[in-house]
Design a protein around this ligand. Structure first.
Ligand SMILES: CC(C)(COP(=O)(O)OP(=O)(O)OC[C@H]1O[C@@H](n2cnc3c(N)ncnc32)[C@H](O)[C@@H]1OP(=O)(O)O)[C@@H](O)C(=O)NCCC(=O)NCCS
Length: 398
């Protein structure tokens, strides 16, 4: 397994330590430019921060789910051509809402193995022009369609089932879930690139329209357009180009049964635990060493479940942590300082890469007003569908 390989053979010359050298992102929200244009804008941002010539990029990993909605699939070669490097190989990757982190992982593995010195990882989605009905239907194709989407269970409905189970099992309240939304909207307000920049109260959440009980409008992430990109490279390459980079110290992937009904419990996501265990093992740390995390809060209930599965809190106590402000930006384990999927937005192919952009900015002093104080280790957690696929990455400042 790569986890063992990367760790045990760290010292061998042909296995490289991997770093993030540059990061760029468009604003998330409703965007006018084409899917190609926004991917290029984010990629140029990453290339410029990295301070490299595009010709130094040796391969591209392009993450996207519904390019078809903007009449462009096979994005890899299109992006490489627009960057003036059509001869460089590329891979277009789809893994539902987890596509970005899966692309990052594939790029990481190839740089770690010494195949490439520097690569581009870019994620993008452009769907808002299609409207809620189209997008809800197409997103449901990311579930096991025979059992879930095709039977009428869209993602708000599936996460509502998880929420109902959690509230019942752990005697939590809808107000507890609302507090996650309030926190993430507060963080999003400080993020100039966030989709929803609006302060809200628990009362606002409770009075917002019911989408799938117990989830209301403000418990849900929005449909967003957006693109994010990073330059991933060997430590040697990073040192030659900049002093302002971060190390990737852990990478883990995991899977869960594709349907909720196939799982033993509704209040935990097995793939998160598997991916996190692998990433902690590779990094040689535990959850206690993490200073902040960007987690997959597609719905408020997901953030609670994630923080427990990642080992930050015991099962059933994630809500208590939110009540006590422990996950706020100035808490002991800040969660989603960017605003998360809830407020920053969720352009599904871009999300996992966008989380890495946030960690890079936090650890290199570029996060402005939303900076997490004294942070040295950041974690990203991103999954596809209800967690059928998942990747966790851990980063350290240098
Ligand atoms: C919640 C949801 C159904 C709302 O869709 P909608 O009712 O069509 O909403 P609209 O796009 O018409 O927007 C109506 C208003 O609500 C706001 N809004 C939309 N979604 C919002 C959200 N999730 N949170 C807060 N505000 C939201 C819009 O900005 C708009 O405000 P305005 O009138 O002031 O401009 C939709 O955002 C949704 O399904 N989200 C989940 C997406 C998802 O499943 N992603 C995959 C996760 S695994």
């Amino acid at each position: 397994m790569l986890e063992g390989f990367y760790r045990d053979r760290w010292s061998l010359r042909f296995v490289e330590k991997v770093c993030v050298l540059g990061a760029g992102s468009t604003k998330y929200g409703k965007l006018e430019d084409s899917i190609t244009d926004i991917t290029i804008q984010a990629s140029i941002g990453a290339i410029e921060t990295a301070g490299i010539d595009p010709k130094e990029i040796q391969a591209g990993y392009i993450s996207n789910v519904f390019g078809i909605a903007d009449k462009q699939v096979h994005l890899g070669p299109v992006i490489m051509s627009n960057l003036g490097i059509p001869e460089k190989p590329s891979l277009s990757i789809e893994s539902a809402c987890g596509s970005g982190s899966v692309s990052f992982r594939e790029a990481f593995a190839n740089v770690a193995a010494g195949f490439y010195d520097a690569v581009l990882v870019a994620g993008v989605e452009k769907v808002t022009h299609t409207g809620t009905e189209w997008t809800t239907t197409y997103f449901s194709y990311c579930s096991d369609f025979f059992y879930e989407g095709g039977a009428g269970a869209s993602f708000p409905g599936l996460f509502a089932s998880m929420a109902r189970a959690y509230l019942t099992e752990f005697k939590a309240t809808e107000e507890d879930l609302a507090m996650v939304a309030v926190k993430n909207h507060e963080n999003g307000l400080l993020n100039p690139k966030a989709h929803l920049r609006k302060k809200i109260t628990v009362d606002d959440v409770m009075k917002s329209a019911v989408v799938a009980s117990p989830l209301k409008l403000y418990d849900c992430c929005p449909f967003s357009d957006g693109a994010s990109a990073v330059i991933l490279c060997s430590e040697k390459f990073a040192k030659e180009h900049s002093k302002n980079y971060v190390s990737v110290i852990g990478s883990g992937r995991g899977g869960s049964p594709a349907t909720l009904q196939g799982r033993d419990h509704m209040t935990t996501i097995p793939s998160t635990k598997i991916a996190a265990d692998a990433a902690y093992k590779m990094a040689g740390i535990t959850a206690k060493d993490v200073d902040f995390a960007e987690v997959h809060d597609c719905f408020t209930i997901a953030e609670i479940v994630d923080t427990e599965d990642l080992g930050f809190f015991e099962k059933g106590t994630g809500v208590q942590a939110v009540r006590e402000g422990r996950t706020a930006r100035n808490g002991d384990i800040p969660i989603n300082p960017s605003g998360g999927l809830k407020a920053k937005g969720h352009p599904i192919g871009a999300t996992g890469v966008g989380q890495v952009v946030e960690v890079f900015e936090q650890l290199t002093g570029k996060a402005g007003d939303r900076t997490v104080k004294d942070a040295q280790i950041g974690l990203t957690h991103n999954f596809g569908a209800t967690g059928a696929s998942c990747a966790v990455h851990i980063f350290k400042s240098v």
